[in-house]
Ligand binder design. Structure first.
Ligand SMILES: Nc1ncnc2c1ncn2[C@@H]1O[C@H](COP(=O)(O)OP(=O)(O)O)[C@@H](O)[C@H]1O
Ligand SMILES: [Mg+2]
Length: 271
């Protein structure tokens, strides 16, 4: 950490896009803008802990100026361009198994039906279990090469477990055509093999394996719509990232690639 990073606000934490420049560490605590759902979300996170899940920050309090304080989780977070250690097969398997542990606990916690869960990356099919919806490398803390905690539940919303697995696959396999994958991921990652490893790490059922390639296509369409919404609202970070990464052509290419390889993904998942 340099002297510039440490201000009266604390140490600036980098990694996210939505709250870029607004997440700070003060010793054992992180302070960040509170999502609209924070009261329901904090109750949910505390209930997950009661159900034995230790892989999230513990919410401490909401401040008067609409920020939230959570525990800081020591470890390594992979930031783009993603380092090789974060893209090993054992790292991928551990992400699958951490997500499964989250879901097993989450399935036991009734979702707060009164909360206005964000719809932007939510499963259109809905559901009774709270999904994370944004398990990207920047939101996973590793220790000793294994995924140990999920952070940043801002986009959490009710959905099917397979939807969360699909979202996770998008980022961690990654489910991107080779040209798009080469931008931030190490070379030589074989998508069908890695999709299978993620599913095995999670312990995905046969029925969900058959559904997964189609759900990944649906989730990709939701992510594209999410970016389109941000760009239409004039969000400078999303607008710049879209143009740096090849504009809408990149999204067309990803969607075509997913459709063209649907059967090979299914075969790898079910063999
Ligand atoms: N509780 C936490 N424990 C450890 N690291 C954290 C925690 N919260 C945030 N970070 C770090 O700060 C970065 C940005 O925080 P995040 O809450 O994900 O912001 P954003 O909403 O912009 O994605 C993360 O990528 C991670 O590296
Ligand atoms: Mg984040």
């Amino acid at each position: 950490m340099t002297a510039e990073d440490e201000t009266a606000e604390g140490e600036a934490l980098v990694g996210g896009m939505v709250n870029a420049g607004a997440v700070f560490r003060h010793g054992a605590l992180v302070e960040r803008p509170a999502p609209r759902t924070a009261p329901a979300l904090h109750a949910h996170l505390l209930a997950l802990e009661e159900h034995g899940f230790d892989g999230t920050p513990r919410p401490i309090r909401l401040t008067a100026d609409s920020r939230e304080q959570l525990t800081f989780i020591p470890g390594d977070v992979a930031l783009p361009p993603f380092p090789r250690w974060a893209m090993t097969e054992s790292a991928l398997r551990s992400v699958g198994s951490l997500l499964r542990r989250l879901h097993d606990a989450s399935a036991a916690v009734p979702v707060d039906a009164c909360a206005e869960w964000p719809r932007s990356l939510a499963d259109p099919a809905g559901g009774t279990m709270l999904c994370h919806n944004d398990v990207c490398p920047e939101n996973v803390v590793f220790r000793d090469g294994r995924a140990t905690a999920l952070i940043d539940f801002d986009l959490a919303a009710p959905g099917r477990a397979v939807w969360d697995v699909a979202m996770t696959a998008r980022y961690w396999v990654p489910m991107l055509d080779p040209t798009s994958a080469a931008v931030l991921h190490p070379a030589g990652l074989d998508a069908p093999t890695r999709l299978r490893i993620l599913a095995d790490g999670y312990g995905l059922s046969t029925q969900e394996r058959a559904e997964l390639p189609g759900v990944i296509e649906q989730a990709t369409a939701s992510c594209r719509a999410f970016v389109a919404e941000r760009v239409a609202d004039g969000d400078p970070t999303y607008t710049r990232t879209l143009s740096e990464h090849g504009g809408w052509q990149r999204w067309d290419r990803i969607q075509q690639w997913l459709a063209a390889h649907r059967e090979s993904f299914k075969a790898a998942l079910l063999k």
